[in-house]
Structure formats: structure tokens, C-alpha cells
Design a protein around this ligand. Sequence first.
Ligand code: ZN
Ligand code: ZN
Length: 70
Amino acid sequence: MNCWHCERPAHGTCMFCGRALCKDCAQEMPHIVALYQNERNVYRAIVTAHALFCGICEPREDPIELPELK
Ligand SMILES: [Zn+2]
Ligand SMILES: [Zn+2]
């Protein structure tokens, strides 16, 4: 698979949309790996700070609500 941006061989894929990326074109973005509820029934998120990001697919900065999880 080649990089979405420059057509050179890719080193990884965007965590958010799956586009292939080389090291030069890849950007970084925090990514939620897992959600869990603590002992007080509050949802917490485990986040990786530097997930691969293609720079195109624009994941939202503000988390959306998921009322169906309640
Ligand atoms: Zn590239
Ligand atoms: Zn992407």
C-alpha cells in the first residue's frame, strides 16, 4: 500500500479513517482507545496521545455524546 498523499510506500495507516501514510506525511492526533465506567458509574477514556492521523478526515475535537450508553 502507498501513502495517500505522496504515493511512496506507506509506514502505517490513519487511526481514524484507514488511509495509508508514510512517515513524512503522517500527522499525530490523540485517539480514544477504550471507554470504561469507574466505580461511580462515570465514563473514563483511555487515550493514546500520538495516534497516526492522515490530516484529511477531521475527527472532531469535542467528543460527541453517546446517550445510548447510559
Ligand atoms: Zn507520504
Ligand atoms: Zn484519516
